[in-house]
Design a protein around this ligand. Structure first.
Ligand code: PMP
Length: 365
């Protein structure tokens, strides 16, 4: 059976080389005589995998020495609670830049634990990041939270938001992990699930500035405590062993291909190909997002004008499936089409989508 091209938003495509390597050592890992799935998370063999995976991430992301890399549970959603629980300290509020569904979910979860405040007024539909002169930031906030890439809305921050002195930034990079270099300046916590750019679902990475570890609220569940994760080298309880292993392989693959800088170039090229078709289509294809913040990872668009033509969009999806392209249906909350072009998607695969879009427009107009 031929493999399909998976443009899904996550769990997303995993590089072929990684799948093959994982398959080849699925039953016997190295000369251990067991599978990773059967191995104690405290064994020397598995400890070596954890250490290597952290070191690879440190190296590829250029994580400064004053940050710890923690492997946790609960996905991005678990971190929506972990952040206020660990970072509230003696503060009463935290600021949230709500630029799409994921930062909105984080904002709502945080309300359970502190006074979460929106930095900008709620507007619908969300198509841009409001300019900084429209923000209301609190100099006494525990942190300023933002989602580096809104996977559903396709809104990306290419530069971290400006924060006030003493207010650490918290960034959700679930859908931009190593899609480009990341600047840790002013960040307190950088977090994300691995199921898009770093491998399989099940592993959550939290990169936490050391001085912010150890101040969690007493009610913090043990699995969400940065201190407990740190003090126990991320094995306080059984971690997602297989997902850590897959991330290890993905990181080696990213390194082999040239690292974050190289992926930034390739991702720019892939996204530009699709955006140029959208922009040259006379609004046959329509992407509502402000050009300055258009995501390189997730491209949402409508077909048949700005409101989308349901029939045309359905037909496009059928045609894509016939050409073995899947995962292109937009999120149910926004509709339309969404093409996710994570690191594992190649330029050739992107070209196939581009060809289909051009062909489809020619035929329908
Ligand atoms: N943040 C972002 C940016 C996401 O895209 C997602 C999932 N698509 C989440 C958080 C939630 O992650 P999880 O499903 O791992 O809880």
């Amino acid at each position: 059976m031929t493999k399909k091209i998976n443009f899904g938003a996550g769990p997303a495509k995993i590089p072929e080389e990684v799948m093959e390597k994982a398959a080849s050592e699925f039953i016997h890992f190295g000369n251990t005589g067991v599978s990773i799935l059967e191995m104690s998370h405290r064994s020397a063999d598995f400890t070596a995998i954890i250490e290597e995976t952290k070191a690879l991430l440190r190296d590829l992301m250029q994580i400064p020495d004053n940050y710890e890399v923690l492997f946790m549970h609960g996905g991005g959603t678990g971190q929506f609670a972990a952040v206020p629980l660990n970072l509230k300290r003696d503060k009463t509020s935290a600021d949230y830049l709500v630029t799409g569904s994921w930062s909105d979910k984080a904002f709502k979860e945080a309300q359970k634990y502190l006074d979460a405040k929106r930095v900008t007024p709620a507007v619908k539909p969300i198509t841009r990041v409001p300019p900084e002169n429209e923000w209301t930031r609190d100099p006494d906030a525990a942190y300023l939270y933002y989602c580096a890439n809104e996977t559903i809305h396709g809104i990306e921050f290419f530069k971290a938001p400006e924060t006030l002195p003493g207010v650490p930034l918290v960034a959700d990079i679930s859908s931009t992990f190593l899609s480009r270099p990341f600047d840790f300046t002013n960040h307190g916590v950088v977090l994300g699930g691995t199921q898009k750019n770093l491998g399989a679902a099940g592993l959550t990475v939290a990169i936490v500035r050391k001085d912010l570890i150890g101040h969690e609220l007493q009610i913090t569940p043990s699995v969400l405590s940065y201190k407990i994760a740190h003090d126990n080298n991320s094995v306080y309880n059984t971690p997602s062993v297989y997902s850590i292993y897959i991330t290890n392989l993905v990181l080696k693959w990213i390194k082999e291909k040239g690292g974050a800088e190289r992926f930034a170039q390739m991702n720019q090229e892939k996204a530009s190909l699709i955006y140029s078709i959208i922009d040259d289509s006379n609004d046959f294809f329509y992407c509502p997002i402000d050009k300055e913040h258009r995501s390189l990872m997730n491209i949402p668009f409508r077909i048949g004008g700005s409101n989308g033509d349901d029939k045309l969009e359905k037909e496009f999806l059928v045609r894509a499936t016939e050409k073995k392209m899947i995962g292109l249906k937009g999120h149910r909350s926004v509709g339309g089409i969404r093409a996710s072009l994570y690191n594992a998607i190649t330029l050739d695969e992107t070209k196939e989508l581009a060809e289909l879009m051009k062909e489809f427009q020619k035929e329908k107009q």
